[in-house]
Structure formats: C-alpha cells, structure tokens
Design a protein around this ligand. Structure first.
Ligand code: ADP
Length: 475
C-alpha cells in the first residue's frame, strides 16, 4: 500500500529539479561567456600584431621577391625599448628554414639566451576557434608570440615574421571575472533554492487543505466540501472543484443506493408478508383440498412476482457492472418485434403493428425482445381496452420503434422519474395496477447497452408514446 512517507516531498523534488536545471543553465552561461571572451581577446590581440606584420612585410619583401630587412626603419620606440608602458613589439625576421636573420634591438635587451631565437609563434593557419594565444615566459615577462609567413608574388614562402608582445592583463581579468561569475552564480542558485523552499510551503497549502478534507470523508459524511481556497493557484482550485464534484456524485450514488436498498427490501417484503400470512392462516386448521390449492396458487403467484423482481435486479446489475462484457451480434429487429407481439397479444387483436421487414441492429435477440416487451407490456397494462400501435421503420442512419397507447398517461412532473428503479406513478398505485417499477429502468439499461436512446411523450388521460432510436446495422 502507498505510504506518503515513502515518497520524497514535493518541495524536495522541486528543489532537486530546479537546482539541477538552473545550475546547469548558469554553468552553461558562464562557460559560453568565458570561451567567447577569451576568443575575442585572442582575435583582438592577433589582429593588433597582424597590422604591424603587414606593414613590416610591405617594406621587407622587395621587388624581385628578395627579403631585405634593412628596408624598414626599425627606429620606432616600440621596436627599440622594452618598457611595458610603451607596449613594445619584439620583432624577428626568419628565413624560410625558420632561422632568425634579424631581430629588433629590444629583443636583445632580454638576458642572454632567454629569448627564443627560432619560430615559436602560432601561424594564422594553425588557429582554430578554440585555440588560445601561444604564450611563453621570457625571464619574468609573459609574452604572446604570433608568426606570419612572408610570401613572394607567387605565394611561395620567403621567410617568416614573428612578433611578440606582453600578454595583455585583460586575459587574467577575464579569468578572474569568470571565476567571480561562477561564485556569484553559486550564490544566486543557493538564494533561489532558499526562496523556493520557503515559498513551496505556501504554494502547497491548498493541497494540504484538499488532503485534510479528503481524510475527513466517510460514507456517512459525504456532505463535506473543500472550502473556497484563498491565494490558491488555478490547478489547485480545479482539483478542489473536481474533488467536490466527485463527492457530490458519490453522495448522489450513495443516496440512490440507500433508496434502492430500502425499495428493494420493501418490494420483496410485501409479497413475503402476504405469502406468510396466507400460509399461517391456512395452517391454523384442517382445510379442504380446494382451499389448499387456492393457497398454493397464491404462493405460486407471489413467488413468481419475487422471482420477477430478483431477475430484473440481477439483470440490471449485470448490464450496469459489465456492459462491454455482454457480446452483441446482428439481430433482425423485425423478427424480434413479430415474436414479441405474438407473446404479448396471442390474438393480435389489440396491437396494430406496422413492421418494416429485414431491419437489423447489433444486439442480442432476447435483450432486444425484452426491451420491446417492456414498452409493449406497459402500453397494454396502462391502456387495457384500446388499440396499441407499434411501428418499426428505418432511415439511412437509424431504426425507429414507436409504441403508442391511449391509456391513462403520465403527468409532466412524474415523466422525468419513470427510468428510476421502483418508481411508479401515484395514479397507478392508487388504481392498484400490478407492477414493480423496474420495467423502464431495465429498458433504459438495455437501450444504453445497445447504443439506443428512447423517450416517452405522455399526457394524462390521453395516452403515451415511446419512441426508441437504434443505430442501424448496414448489411
Ligand atoms: P411498472 O409498469 O412495473 O410499474 P415500469 O418501470 O415499467 O414499472 O414503469 C414505471 C412507471 O411508469 C409505471 O409505474 C407507470 O406509472 C409509468 N408508465 C410506464 N409506461 C406507461 C404507459 N404506457 N402509460 C402510463 N404510464 C406508464
């Protein structure tokens, strides 16, 4: 059995889910921004030295595809000095075998052997969007090295120009910023989770109210309803309303069940009491054979009535509990009608039947027969002298059965109640017309099972007309 304590609380699930999703989202944002910023820096730093390289190349690559380093003046301060404030550029020219043939004077300001004399910089062709600057410590200073090929007019490589520059501090700044953003995000996430934790309790309050109300329900106390929820969300209010509707329906069914039980026991008790009374009286003294016969006949009649009630009730419960379990087959309703008319009115003098031949529906012959039998029986019972008309016709979509009498009729207030179990109109009770009030309830269940719908038109003293529509089975 489900035990609430074996399940994680909604609050916990919310915290874990939101924590994971928001945490990952924040990590992604920080990561993407970090990579983006570093890449932008690399491109900026490379473009800066590229301009310089292009300018120098335009001097040193001479006509006739000769490398001439003397052609460039090399007298600007950033080629001569190494102080950070003038943003020095350390330039080397290398031949096509990557051996140095020239270096600016500021390269020589580094202590002996500290500066790399060969090609260490990354060539533009080797860059990818994810590669970083090629950096190297020269003494205490971190420099980034970038190299560019010097090309002849036929695009062949004449040599290389390598430019080094102090690594911009901004690179470290970005790293620190990213780290700060990471810590900030962690705090933000923590704050968010605390907020969710505190608010989840308030958000869940309506659900607690609903659960508490449900706990207080019992079969005897179905009039409890969830009160108006204050500060609730739409989903909780919908749930509360659905719950209230469910309880109303349950209450209705429960009332109906109680009424049904009392009606059923009353209906069975009456014939039993009559039966017992007659048997007791008969047994009080010796009787003649004729008297015993009369008592036995009465016992048989009462028993038949009880068997009828029990059979109807069992059929009702079968149709109600598992309608889809009762199989359907093609049934010729025209034949069923003829058969029922024969049974109900052996002389056929009172039934004016007009039955179109060969009309088929999906049903069971005995159940559809029972349905027609109930309507026809009632018509004859409540119009004992008149002619009952029965019509069976079909249209392109449906089959229509009409049974009309000109008997006592039903008044408008009672018309809506005839499908209820054990309902009998006041006038038929006053006139002591036999019946149990189960016929139309059963007819209703059979009709539903067949997918049919029916209605009754009636007026007191004028008669009643039942119209039933069945889905047609096309051949
Ligand atoms: P029963 O006929 O055994 O009383 P039903 O369920 O067949 O039970 O009918 C319920 C009630 O509906 C009847 O008691 C009667 O009051 C009313 N009723 C049904 N059919 C007719 C009819 N053709 N004419 C007048 N009243 C009818």
């Amino acid at each position: 059995m489900m035990q609430p304590q074996h399940y994680p609380t909604f609050r916990k699930r919310l915290l874990i889910r939101v924590g994971i999703i928001v945490g990952l989202a924040l990590l992604l944002v920080v990561g993407v921004s970090w990579i983006g910023a570093l890449n932008w820096l690399r491109i900026d730093a490379t473009q800066f030295v590229q301009k310089e390289a292009d300018e120098i190349a335009s001097f040193v690559v001479r006509a006739g595809d000769i490398l001439s380093v003397e052609s460039y003046p090399w007298n600007e301060p950033h080629h001569m000095f190494d102080e950070a404030r003038i943003d020095p550029l350390f330039v080397q020219i290398l031949d096509r075998n990557k051996r140095e043939i020239f270096a600016t004077v500021n390269v020589d300001l580094f202590s002996e052997g500290a500066y790399p004399r060969g090609l260490v910089g990354v060539l533009p062709d080797d860059f990818s969007p994810f590669s970083s600057l090629k950096t190297q410590f020269v003494g205490p200073s971190e420099l980034y090295f970038t190299a560019f090929p010097l090309r002849a007019s036929d695009k062949s490589v004449l040599g290389y120009i390598q430019i080094a520059r102090f690594l911009p501090h901004i690179q470290q700044t970005v790293r620190s910023l990213a780290f700060g953003a990471l810590i900030g995000s962690a705090f933000m996430l923590f704050g968010l989770l605390v907020l969710i934790y505190v608010n989840a309790g308030r958000l869940l309050a309506p659900l607690h109210t609903i659960a508490k109300t449900a706990d207080n329900l019992s079969a005897e106390q179905l009039d409890v309803r969830i009160p108006d929820l204050e500060n609730a969300d739409r989903e909780s209010v919908s749930l509360a309303l659905a719950f209230n509707r469910l309880i109303s329906r349950l209450g209705g069914s429960f009332e109906e069940m109680k009424r049904f039980n009392s009606n059923a026991s009353h209906q069975l008790q009456t014939p039993l009491t009559v039966l017992k009374g007659h048997i007791d009286v008969t047994l009080r003294k010796e009787r003649t054979a004729l008297e015993y016969r009369k008592t036995l006949q009465l016992a048989s009649d009462e028993t038949n009535a009880m068997v009828g009630i029990v059979r109807s009730l069992m059929q009702l419960s079968r149709l109600e509990s598992n309608p889809s379990g009762i199989p359907k087959e093609p049934v010729c309703l025209s034949d069923v009608c003829a058969h029922v008319i024969n049974l109900v009115d052996p002389e056929k003098s009172r039934v004016d039947a007009q039955v179109d031949p060969n009309i088929w529906i999906l049903s069971q012959a005995d159940l559809s027969g029972q349905l027609i039998g109930i309507f026809l029986d009632n018509a004859m019972k409540y119009d004992p002298d008149g002619v009952i008309s029965l019509r069976l016709t079909s249209t392109a979509e449906e089959v229509i059965l009409e049974i009309e009498d000109h008997g006592i009729g039903i008044n408008a207030e009672e018309l809506g109640l005839v499908r209820e179990r054990f309902f009998r109109s006041q006038s038929v009770q006053d006139q002591r017309i036999a019946g149990e009030g189960l016929g139309l309830a059963l007819a209703d269940q059979i009709a539903r099972w067949q997918g049919a719908r029916w209605n009754i038109d009636s007026a007191v003293g004028k008669g009643s007309k039942v119209i039933c529509h069945f889905p047609l089975l096309r051949s």
